[in-house]
Ligand binder design. Sequence first.
Ligand SMILES: [Zn+2]
Length: 235
Amino acid sequence: MRWLASFAVLVVALFAAPAESSAGNPRVVFPQRPERLRALRYHAEDSEQCLAELGVREVPFARGPKVPTIDTPVRLTGPLRGVVFEMHHPTVRHPKEGPVMDCRLLLALDDLATVVADRGVGRVRFNSIHRGRWVQRRGWRHAAGVAIDIVELVKTDGEVLNVLRDFEGHGVGSDTCGPDAAPVRRPKARALREVVCAVDALGSFNLILTPHYDRRHKDHLHLEVRRGIDWFLTQ
Ligand SMILES: [Zn+2]
């Protein structure tokens, strides 16, 4: 029966501990005052506070539609800080009315828009925001509408910074930001790295996963405002 027990452990490990929830990762940071960081502040807001903050920031949005797994569903209905967010997927079309997400993700995307606009980016192309109908935990991952997968950034002069082609990673397990991160050579790779590390410094997302995280992220940046955790991971 021992094989059965081992098999059961393996199955539990595969399904209960998805790679994106790795608080055991040595690069996980537990900030001194996490509640002062934006990602945690956003999740501490109730629906009305979050919607009010979108209004104060003059973010173009609409309420709804109702999605059982999304706490406060909203649609982004126009450019953020002049930056267009557009679906970039070979088969999936995104609704004309704009992508659906949780209100907290939209606050964080507004921060992201400021960072990329400062660096001459006019378009953020993503291939997923809300997907799936099953939430592992409330406020987690794509099903909760609190995560975006970014595949490329397009500068206003037309230059494209594509994650798969231009990230210039140093292999899974490498550091992305900070003193131990290996430098990158090409200007496009530097530009991508600068965006990631500037967003990391803002603390708007508590998870930023790049091609350095694992092979599944070789072609996109996963940015998430995950509820109920007080640690941050950028890798
Ligand atoms: Zn993702």
